[in-house]
Design a protein around this ligand. Structure first.
Ligand code: ADP
Ligand code: MG
Ligand code: ZN
Length: 483
C-alpha cells in the first residue's frame, strides 16, 4: 500500500468475567462439564422466568471503567438486542445501549517508546451466547450435516470495551489489547485468555488519504485469537483496503473473518446496522444505580495497574523499560516481587524470568501468569548462582527441574547431581590429571603463553561434566604452572 493512506482503527473487546455465577441467574460459570448441564429456566429463556443482575459483575464493570478513567453512570439500563441466533435461546441478548455503565475514558499505549492516548468510548455489560458445534464437513456451518447447541456458556457475564477510532496501526492495536488485557488481569476480573476466548477482539479498520478529515468505509474483522494474530490481521486488512483504493475501487462495509493459516481475511457477512437490532429497554430489569459510596469504595480498592507496575519496576527496582514491559505483559510481576522480597537482586531475578522462565513457558505451552514457580525458589536459584554453587548453565537445568515440580532449587541440584564441584581435593585431582594428559599445553603455560591455559581448563571442565567452577579451575592451574 502506498503511504498516501493512513489507517483508522477502533477496537471492540469482549471480556468474559470470572464471576462464580452467570449474569442473570445462579448457574455456575466454570468451564467444562457435559453440554447443557449448567443451565436453568432463566439462561435458556423459558417463558415467565425473570433475570436478576449479578452484583459482582456490576462491580467488575465499574472497576474496569475506573481503571480506564471512565465516568460511571449514576443510572444505566439493560436493553434487549434482538436478532435471530440459534445459540441465544431468548432470541435476544441482554446488553446495554444508549447509557452504558461506564463511558468516556482513555488508555495510554506505548509503541517504540512513544505513548499515545486512545479514547475509550464505553464499557458495557452483556451476556454471552451459547455455543454451536457444526458436525460434519469442515466444522463450519456451510457443509455441516447437523449442528448441536451447548447452552452452558449462555448468560455468562461479558464486558464489552469499545475504543474510539484513535488507533493508527497494527502495532498500536496490539499494544492496546496487551495493555487492556494487563489491566483486566490486574483487576482479577477475568483470566483474559485470547487463545481460549475469555477475551475476544474485533478490529474495525478503515483507511483514508493522509490529511483527510473524513473516515473511510470501515470493515469489522473477527476471529483473531492472539496478540500476534490481531497485529497480522490489521496489517493485512490495511494492505487490502489500500490496494482497493489504489485500483480505484471502493471498500465495502462488511464483517470479515481472519484466517490465521492463510494470513488473510474473507467476507463473513454484510455488517448489521444498529436498527436491525430493535433495541428496547428490558422491562424485566430495573436500572443500575450504583451508590456514590460504592463507586468510591471500588476506586479506592483498585490494585496496582500495569502502567504503575512498569513505573515501579523501572524506577524503584531499576529494571530496563524492556524488562518491565516483558514481565508486566507476561503477568510475572508477582513472582518477581516475591523473589525480591526473599532477598533476590531485582535485575538478576528479572533476567531469569524474562529469559529462561518465559522460554520454558512457551515450550511447555504454559501461561506465564500461572507459572509454577514460587518467588522464594527463584531467589534461592539466584543465590546459588551468586555463591558459585551453580554455574549459570547448570542453574538453567535446575530451573527446569523446579518448573517440572521436582522440588526446591537446592534439592533439584542435588537430586540431578548438578552442583558445581567445589570440593578442592576433587578439583586438584582433575587439574593434575589434565596437566599430565597434555604436557605440551602445560609447557607452553609455564613458558609464559597464557592462552594455552584454555585447553587445560576445557579438559577439566569436560572431565567434570561441566560441574567444575571454571574460575577456581583457572586459579588452581595457575598456582601449579606459574609459581
Ligand atoms: P458497531 O456496534 O456497529 O460495531 P460502534 O459504533 O459500536 O458500531 O463502533 C464500533 C467500533 O468501530 C468502535 O471501536 C469505533 O471506534 C470504530 N469505528 C467507527 N468508525 C470507524 C471507521 N470509519 N474506521 C475505523 N473504525 C471505526
Ligand atoms: Mg461491532
Ligand atoms: Zn441459568
Amino acid at each position: 500500500m502506498s503511504s498516501a493512506y493512513e489507517a483508522v482503527i477502533g477496537l471492540e473487546v469482549h471480556v468474559e468475567l470470572g464471576t462464580r455465577t452467570k449474569m442473570f441467574c445462579g448457574c455456575p460459570t466454570d468451564f467444562g462439564g457435559e453440554p447443557n448441564t449448567k443451565t436453568c429456566a432463566v439462561c435458556t429463556g423459558q417463558p415467565g422466568s425473570l433475570p436478576v443482575p449479578n452484583a459482582a459483575a456490576i462491580e467488575a464493570a465499574i472497576s474496569l471503567g475506573l481503571a480506564l478513567a471512565c465516568e460511571v453512570a449514576p443510572r444505566s439500563q439493560f436493553h434487549r438486542k434482538n436478532y435471530f441466533y440459534p445459540d441465544m435461546p431468548k432470541n435476544y441478548q441482554i446488553s446495554q445501549y444508549d447509557v452504558p455503565i461506564c463511558a468516556d475514558g482513555h488508555l495510554d499505549v506505548a509503541v517504540d517508546g512513544t505513548s499515545r492516548r486512545i479514547g475509550i468510548t464505553r464499557v458495557h455489560m452483556e451476556e454471552d451466547t451459547g455455543k454451536s458445534l457444526h458436525v460434519g464437513g469442515t466444522g463450519r456451518i456451510a457443509g455441516a450435516d447437523h449442528s448441536l447447541i451447548d447452552y452452558n456458556r449462555a448468560g455468562i457475564p461479558l464486558l464489552e470495551i469499545v475504543s474510539e477510532p484513535d488507533v493508527r496501526g497494527p502495532e498500536e492495536a496490539r499494544a492496546y489489547l496487551a495493555e487492556l488485557r494487563g489491566i483486566v488481569r490486574a483487576l482479577g476480573i477475568s483470566d483474559a485468555k485470547l487463545e481460549e476466548g475469555s477475551m475476544r477482539c474485533d478490529a474495525n479498520v478503515s483507511v483514508r488519504r493522509r490529511g483527510d478529515e473524513a473516515f473511510g468505509t470501515r470493515v469489522e474483522v473477527k476471529n483473531m485469537n492472539s496478540l500476534r494474530s490481531l497485529q497480522r490481521a490489521v496489517a493485512h486488512e490495511i494492505e487490502r483496503q489500500g490496494a482497493l483504493l489504489d485500483a480505484g475501487e471502493a471498500v465495502t462495509q462488511e464483517t470479515r473473518h481472519w484466517d490465521e493459516d492463510a494470513g488473510r481475511t474473507s467476507t463473513l457477512r454484510a455488517k448489521e446496522e444498529v436498527f436491525d437490532y430493535r433495541y428496547f429497554p428490558d422491562p424485566d430489569l430495573v436500572p443500575v444505580t450504583p451508590e456514590r459510596a460504592d463507586v468510591e469504595r471500588l476506586a479506592a480498592a483498585l490494585p496496582e495497574l500495569p502502567a504503575q507496575m512498569r513505573a515501579r519496576l523501572t524506577g524503584g527496582l531499576g529494571l530496563s523499560d524492556e524488562a518491565a514491559v516483558t514481565l508486566v505483559d507476561a503477568g510475572l510481576v508477582v513472582v518477581l516481587d516475591e523473589a525480591v522480597a526473599a532477598g533476590a537482586e531485582p535485575a538478576a531475578a528479572a533476567k531469569w524470568l524474562a529469559n529462561e522462565v518465559l522460554s520454558w513457558c512457551r515450550e511447555a505451552d504454559v501461561d506465564p501468569a500461572g507459572v509454577p514457580l514460587a518467588g522464594d525458589a527463584l531467589a534461592e536459584l539466584v543465590d546459588l548462582v551468586a555463591r558459585g554453587t551453580l554455574s549459570t548453565k547448570l542453574a538453567r537445568e535446575v530451573l527446569v527441574g523446579v518448573l517440572e515440580g521436582e522440588g526446591r532449587p537446592g534439592e533439584v541440584a542435588k537430586a540431578r547431581g548438578l552442583e558445581q564441584v567445589s570440593d578442592e581435593g576433587e578439583l586438584v585431582t582433575l587439574v593434575d590429571e589434565a596437566i599430565a594428559a597434555d604436557p605440551a599445553a602445560a609447557e607452553k603455560v609455564r613458558g609464559g603463553n597464557d592462552k594455552a591455559i584454555g585447553a587445560l581448563v576445557g579438559a577439566v571442565m569436560k572431565a567434570s561434566r561441566g560441574q567444575a567452577n571454571p574460575q577456581r579451575v583457572n586459579e588452581l592451574l595457575r598456582e601449579r604452572l606459574t609459581s
